[in-house]
Every structure is written in C-alpha cells, then in structure tokens.
Ligand binder design. Structure first.
Ligand code: PLP
Length: 416
C-alpha cells in the first residue's frame, strides 16, 4: 500500500468491483475522477488537450485512446458513453449530437451504395424520412414493413439486406415488436438488428440482452429526461463502436458536446427512478382514461386491453413507459378533430408541445403535428385519426394530470 503513489491509489479506488447491479452502474460508472477528487463527475469544457511532448502527441494522435481533440473524444463524453454502455449491457457506446445523428453515424459506418435495409414503417417520422429520402440518395435502399407482422419482415429480405431497424414501442400507438424474434430473423439473413430504445430506455428494456446487435438512443428524451439538451448514442460491441463508428465520427464530426454529455450523464443517475414514476403515472392515467365516456380507445402497453400486453410486459420489465395515446369519439373526422382541439385547449397544466421525455407532461395532436405531412389516406393506414391524442406523461401528481384532462373531457358532447 505504502509503495503506491497518490495517483496510483486514486486510480485503483476508481476501479469498480465486478457484478454491480444496474442501479449502481447508473450512478457509479465513469472515468476516474481527477486529482482533485471531485465526487460528481466533472464537466470538461475544452476542445483541445495539451500533450506532454511531441512523441507522446504523435502516439496519441495515432491511437486515439487518449485525449487529443474533442471531435475525437472528451472525458465528459467518454464518461457518458461508459455509463450508458454499462446500463444497456453492451461492451461500448459512442455518443452523438442528436438521436438522428446516431442513425446517420450508423448508416455511414455500416452501409454503402447497393445495400438494403428493412425498417418498420411505424418508426419516428424523421427516421422514416432519413431512410426513405436521404439515404436513398446515396443508393441505400429501404423496405418499410409492418411493426408487428414478422412475415412482412421475412418477405422483405433480399440478398443485399444488411440491416434491420426497429423501434419499440412506437409513437404514438405504442405498438410492440418482438425484439428476440426480429434478431433471430436478421441473423438468419446475415443482417444486424438495430433497435431504437429511446422510448423505454435501458431502465425498462435492454435490447442487446434480447439479441439486438446495436441499440440506438435519442438521449434528448428520457436519458436527459428533463427537456434540457439534445443527445444521441449507439451502443454495441467494441469491434463496431471503436473500429467501425469511431473513425467515422472522428472524421464526420456528429460529436456530442461536452456540456450536453454532462447533463445526460447526470440524468442517467436518476433514470430508473424516473422511468418507474413515469410508468406508474402513465398507467394510472391510462386506466382513468379507459373509464371516460368520451374516450373510444386507449393505447398503452401496460393495459390488459393492449393487443401485445404480454409481449410488452416481458420485454419492458413489466412497465409501460411514459407514452399513452387515446382516441376521442367523433361522428366525423372534423368532429373528432374539434373534440381533440377542445381537450388540448382546455388544459392549464400540461404543455402543448410535440416532444417527449420530460418531467413535464406533454399533450400532442399527432394528426396535425408529427403526422401532419401525411395524406389523410396515409394517416388512416397508420391509425392516426383526427381524434387521437398523445400524452407523454410526466412526473406531476397523477391527479393533477387527470384533473387537467377532465377540464376538456367533461365538456365534450360524448362525455355522458
Ligand atoms: C426524438 C426521437 C428520435 C430523434 O432524436 P433527436 O434527439 O430529436 O434527434 C429518434 N427516435 C425516437 C424514438 C425519438 O423519439
């Protein structure tokens, strides 16, 4: 003991024992603290790193293990990557500026012109556009298939299929795909499965344990969880994260800013508690909504009425997550839209907005916002009616959320 220098003892103390549980990893996984012994991980707001001499500088630029320039890596960003990987149960993670840039990195790293992707047609709207329009321009072709019908995924496989892309549950109807079944199908075709885990977060669902090769995140949502910063990530095996995506992000620069990394790093410490509270609030609101006469249908994975309730509960650790959708009654699309607008405009507590992943509950009308650019026929096919409302249930008292909804619900034509 006495032969160790202070520096060696500091680094030895920072090595976590094996076998720690997810809650502990979420709080403790990070790079070693600095010589100052800070207990909360430091924010390194620096774009460059000073090297001790020219030879060391040359070695560090060649290996990119050590810090040189923040487009390649920064200690705060690396702490976030290590913590998220530990929580997802993957060997490594790479942080990106946004969720969308994580998908950009994914495709730039893995695919080339002539490759083919199979993707659920119910994924996040910008994801759909990115695959259909932007990657299409570069000769990467995507087939869009049913979220829930495995036969459609199987039928879409081609000799050049390299990637399956899935997101579960979907926005806003909370449709579930079977991650393990998709992983088996992808692997049988020699393709990789990537799962967008933004809605559940690793606190509820760990796709890698179910066979997914890569897990993608919009850290903007529940990883931050307080609506403050944009962030994204890919989690997976070291040979992909370090050897495939590392060189691309270093060159292309969709790097996560250190400040944003620090905010999300600290957000991860309370993720499991927040997701549990979000899920409890959302279930209570969903059950309450099912009892309201003006509500025709409620979509929420933890309700027994959800068509994939059992799969969802098995895959999501018995929790439903924060997002609930419900359909208001209306004799015509116009009447249904008027009811939805009335309900939204009657709220005084909920935020009228289109994002999610916040402590503040958010109410959205998908047909005129996230799905507003679809034709009425496309919207019908996607099940997005004019009477549909999406709630991203936050952490307010649950009775204040339902009271706020009741302001509009109780004054609707179908309320009795
Ligand atoms: C928000 C979101 C994205 C995009 O993430 P950004 O951080 O906004 O770029 C991707 N997938 C899902 C499921 C999302 O909710």
């Amino acid at each position: 003991m006495s032969e160790m220098t202070d520096e060696q003892r500091r680094l030895a103390r920072a090595q976590l024992p094996a076998g720690l549980r997810p809650e502990t990893l979420a709080v403790r996984t990070a790079l070693a603290p600095s010589q100052h012994g800070e207990n909360s991980e430091a924010l390194f707001l620096t774009s460059g790193f000073v090297q001790p001499d020219a030879q060391t500088s040359a070695e560090r630029f060649a290996s990119s293990e050590d810090f040189t320039y923040a487009r390649t890596s920064n200690p705060t960003v690396r702490s976030f990557e290590a913590r998220l990987a530990a929580m997802e149960g993957t060997e490594a993670a790479v942080a990106t500026a946004t969720g969308m840039s994580a998908i950009l990195l994914l495709i730039m790293g893995l695919l080339k012109a002539g490759d083919h992707v199979v993707c659920s047609r119910s994924v996040f709207g910008s994801t759909l556009n990115l695959f259909a329009k932007e990657f299409g321009k570069f000769g990467v072709e995507t087939s869009f298939v049913s979220q829930t019908d495995l036969a459609e995924w199987r039928a879409a496989i081609k000799p050049n299929t390299r990637l399956f892309f899935a997101e579960t549950p979907t926005n806003p109807l909370t449709e579930i795909c079977d991650i393990r079944a998709l992983a088996d199908l992808a692997h049988g075709a020699g393709a990789l499965l990537v799962v967008d885990n933004s809605f559940c977060s690793p606190a509820l669902q760990r796709p890698a344990e179910l066979g997914a090769d890569l897990v993608m995140h919009s850290g903007t949502k529940y990883l931050d969880g307080q609506g403050r910063v944009m962030a994204g990530a890919l989690c997976g095996p070291e040979r992909l994260i370090k050897d495939v995506f590392g060189p691309v992000i270093r060159t292309a620069g969709m790097t996560l800013a250190p400040f944003n990394a620090w905010v999300v790093l600290k957000g991860l410490e309370t993720l499991a508690l927040r997701m549990k509270a979000h899920s409890e609030n959302a279930l209570a609101v969903a059950q309450w909504l099912e009892r309201q006469p003006a509500v025709a249908r409620v979509f929420y994975p933890a309700l027994a009425s959800h068509p994939q309730h059992e799969l969802a509960m098995r895959q999501q650790g018995g929790q439903g997550g924060a997002v609930v959708a419900f359909e208001l009654r209306g004799d015509t699309p116009e009447a249904a839209r008027a009811a939805a607008f009335h309900l939204i405009d009657s709220t005084r507590v909920l935020s009228v907005a289109t994002n999610l992943g916040d402590t503040k509950s958010i109410i959205t009308h998908p047909a005129t916002t996230s799905h507003g650019r679809l034709s009425e026929a496309q919207r019908q096919a996607a099940g997005i009616g004019q009477g549909l409302i999406r709630l991203a249930v936050g952490l307010e008292h649950v009775d204040d959320i339902s009271d706020d909804l009741l302001r509009g619900l109780s004054t609707l034509k179908h309320s009795k």
